[in-house]
Design a protein around this ligand. Structure first.
Ligand code: SF4
Length: 162
């Protein structure tokens, strides 16, 4: 199975969310937080050529001069997931012979940005994570809810708790 950036991100956010998403159980369009994300995406960095689909697998926000990859997020609430999503993009492109200097996580709403590099050991870690993601997706049973503060703004909240 092709592992998309969204799947990589969801793995860090919540295994249940990843599993549901891969089973095509989707409520994303109804979520206020997703709508906000889309609005931000449409208004931020208007001049850039956005959403590059690469090898029919990862959908990168934009790459400036084929040197710096940008991923736009609306908040830093799940920072680890965002960092590893960008590292995955850098890894994915490198595997296909495209060397990107660095990634940048952009948070236009809070006017912050963070540089991300693929460091020693990251490629091995990503390969382990990819195997684990495959294992989560292949599980027969849905993983349990995580009961975390982020659940309240998750598109699956009602599905998990109501
Ligand atoms: S509501 Fe919480 S437990 Fe349910 S999918 Fe979302 S993050 Fe996971």
């Amino acid at each position: 199975m092709r592992i998309t950036g969204t799947m990589f991100y969801y793995y860090f956010v919540c295994r249940r969310k990843l599993w549901c998403f891969c089973q095509n159980i989707a409520f994303e369009n109804e979520s206020e937080s997703v709508l906000l994300g889309k609005l931000l995406d449409e208004t931020a960095y208007g001049r850039e050529h956005k959403h590059l689909m690469i090898d029919e697998t990862v959908n990168v926000d934009f790459i400036r001069d084929w040197k710096v990859l940008h991923e736009v997020k609306k908040s830093k609430s799940i920072e680890e997931a965002s960092i590893w999503q960008v590292k995955y993009y850098l890894y994915f492109l490198r595997q296909r012979g495209i060397k990107i200097e660095k990634g940048i996580l952009d948070y236009p709403k809070i006017k912050k940005r963070q540089e991300i590099f693929l460091q020693e050991g990251d490629a091995e870690k990503i390969e382990t994570l990819l195997a684990d993601i495959q294992a989560v997706i292949a599980q027969e049973k849905m993983p349990p809810p995580i009961h975390w503060k982020i659940c309240k703004s998750c598109a699956y909240y009602e599905y998990c708790y109501v």
